[in-house]
Design a protein around this ligand. Structure first.
Ligand code: WQD
Length: 336
């Protein structure tokens, strides 16, 4: 009998890619998504990619009765919690919405799991909890802080999970700190699909490459980095998805909690990404150096050794694969 995993936010960018890797690994999977940041036809495309029907509930993780229904209809062995709001800038405009969705949403899921007797949870966290790190590459024991309401919610969730785990040894939590997810599935049937103007670098460059946006504003050309532009640790979304499978397997096999960085350990600048994308799209990409973005840090990239040692996870795909897969996805989507 295959073990069954509940994916909250499973129709989203990282959730949908993780769905595919879980099916490939032999898990049964149930999706819960309110589709506030995902298109309904993602489910149809997941059925094409996996050649099997997708079990999906449309609803909100704050709906305890719906969660109880899901746990009653399915024997859930573990949950992976993606459902959250994740735009740093937006979080400063609607902090209460972010706290309700991100923090109360986690509590709602944990309480439903407790009622159902499910105790393994993978939590989608973020390198944003490191703020501007003093040490590079960043290890998991680096000091945590926050520089936005979004970052506050991720830190509050991590600390809540630590408290709950300390209260009862039945709980097994995997806290995964994503660096900068990028790229798309090789089928070009799913990928990052922001409905409005993207905040993040790669989806913005992708829209410049398709002509939907005129040019990239490079936020700052005077940082203390090799070419003056911001440096980040971009990780292919398929590597990230694989990391989630290894995390949920470790929780189910050991019952032990873990907190790991999911990054490559390699930092690339904005201009590195721009040039790599221009190579993938085989065209020059208009851009200009603009003023720094408020709240940005110069450099952040992961120390990935703990994910390797605890989960056997090492990122395998590089910047060119991220850009090529993203370009395939956006150029296919533009033509559909
Ligand atoms: C990357 C680099 C920008 C857009 C954020 C969140 C983090 C996570 C990932 C959720 C920076 C530069 C960007 C543009 C640019 N989100 N840039 N022009 O800020 O590292 O991380 O997204 O979990 O929590 O903080 O990612 O893609 O916004 O920026 O020059 O139009 O690209 O200055 O150097 P960031 P990003």
């Amino acid at each position: 009998m295959s073990q069954k995993v509940l994916l909250t936010g499973g129709a989203g960018f990282i959730g949908s890619h993780t769905y595919i890797e879980l099916i490939k690994a032999g898990f049964d999977v149930v999706i819960l998504d309110n589709f506030s940041n995902a298109r309904p036809d993602v489910i149809d495309r997941l059925e094409v990619i996996t050649a099997s029907p997708v079990t999906c509930y449309k609803g909100d993780v704050l709906d305890g009765a719906l969660l109880d229904q899901i746990f009653a209809e399915h024997k859930i062995d573990a949950a992976i919690h993606f459902a959250a709001l994740k735009a740093v800038g937006e979080s400063a405009d609607i902090p209460l919405e972010y706290m309700n969705t991100n923090i109360a949403g986690l509590y709602s899921l944990l309480r439903a799991m407790d009622r159902a007797g499910t105790s393994a949870l993978v939590f989608s966290s973020s390198a944003t909890v490191y703020g501007q790190p003093d040490q590079l590459p960043v290890p998991e024991n680096a000091p945590r802080s926050y520089t936005s309401p979004y970052g506050f919610t991720k830190l509050a969730c991590e600390q809540s999970l630590e408290q709950v785990a300390a209260s009862d040894s039945k709980w097994a939590f995997g806290i995964l700190r994503y660096f900068n997810p990028a790229g798309a599935h090789d089928s070009a049937l799913i990928g990052e699909d922001p409905s409005d103007i993207p905040n993040n670098l790669m989806p913005y460059i992708a829209k410049v490459a398709t002509g939907e946006l005129a040019e990239l504003a490079v936020f700052g050309g005077d940082y203390d980095t090799p070419d003056g532009t911001g440096v980040r640790d971009y990780i292919h979304v398929m590597d990230l998805a694989r990391g989630h499978v290894l995390s949920v397997k470790a929780l189910l096999e050991t019952g032990q909690c873990h907190t790991v960085n999911l990054g490559t350990g390699i930092g690339y600048s904005v201009l590195d990404m721009l040039h790599a994308y221009a190579r993938a799209a085989e065209k020059p990409l208009p851009h200009r150096i603009a003023p720094r973005r408020l709240g940005d840090v110069a450099s952040v990239y992961a120390d990935p050794t703990q994910a390797r040692d605890l989960l056997g996870f090492t990122a395998e795909l590089g910047l060119d694969e991220m850009c090529a897969s993203s370009w395939n996805w956006v150029s296919r989507r533009k033509n559909t």
